[in-house]
Design a protein around this ligand. Structure first.
Ligand code: SF4
Ligand code: SF4
Length: 222
């Protein structure tokens, strides 16, 4: 899932304080699961903004709403009437959701209420960790399903770097060495021979380094 975290209330107020009628719009998918921008967070952030605005003497009205997915026009359409009735929208969706809203409702200010961080999973209660950097050419089959691009601090495709200490990364001792994990995983699935093959330099063109990406599926176009 896409993992995000909310901006602080003072930061949010500074972004929206020039408006009078604000809609705080949550998203029911990734940001709900990572406890950043779902219905519950919409309610908490809206209440905090109302209080902060009152303390500053600002005439800010804050209304709340949540749709299933902000990155999908079908669901964005469902919020059309509510959005039209407000001066601005504070989106608690990820960066894609914010931009989908802004494209759909031209002329309506749409602001990001979250900082979108990464693609990851819940590792333990209250802890999310990055697992994929969306490099555009997945190589997980070569590494036992553990991503060296994302999880090795030096992004080593032919590791390890020899700096690990007690199976932990020399760059961040709180994190396990990705190459220790790769070794253990390949051993457990009987594919240790993979480590004898030197991997060639990666082509980074399909990654963000090659510019903004699109995927075209001709078989789905009309
Ligand atoms: S190899 Fe690329 S696509 Fe696959 S998990 Fe790692 S960053 Fe993501
Ligand atoms: S210690 Fe392991 S995870 Fe850390 S940079 Fe070196 S190889 Fe990568």
């Amino acid at each position: 899932m896409i993992v995000a975290q909310r901006k602080t209330i003072p930061d949010l107020l500074a972004i929206v304080e020039k408006h009078r009628k604000l809609l705080v719009l949550g998203c029911g998918t990734c940001v709900t699961v990572c406890l950043a921008g779902g219905q519950r967070e919409v309610s908490i952030i809206s209440s905090a903004l109302r209080m902060a605005a009152k303390l500053k003497g600002l005439p800010l009205e804050v209304e709340e709403g949540t749709i299933e997915r902000q990155c999908d026009n079908v669901f964005l359409e469902q919020a059309a009437d509510t959005i039209k009735n407000h001066d601005a929208v504070l989106s608690l969706g990820c960066g894609a959701g914010v931009q989908a809203l802004a494209e759909r409702y031209s002329g309506k200010p749409v602001y990001a209420g979250l900082d979108t961080a990464f693609i990851g999973i819940l590792e333990e209660r209250g802890v999310w960790a990055e697992k994929c950097a969306a490099c555009g050419a997945c190589m997980l089959h070569l590494y036992g399903g553990i991503c060296p691009v994302t999880r090795c601090a030096k992004h080593m495709l032919n590791g390890p770097c020899s700096g690990s200490r007690e199976d932990h990364c020399e760059v961040d001792s709180a994190r396990p060495c990705a190459w220790q994990l790769i070794y253990e995983r390949l051993k457990s699935i009987g594919q240790l021979d993979e480590l004898k093959k030197t991997k060639p330099p990666k082509n980074w063109r399909p990654s963000l380094a090659g510019g903004c990406r699109t995927i075209v599926r001709e078989d789905h176009r009309v």
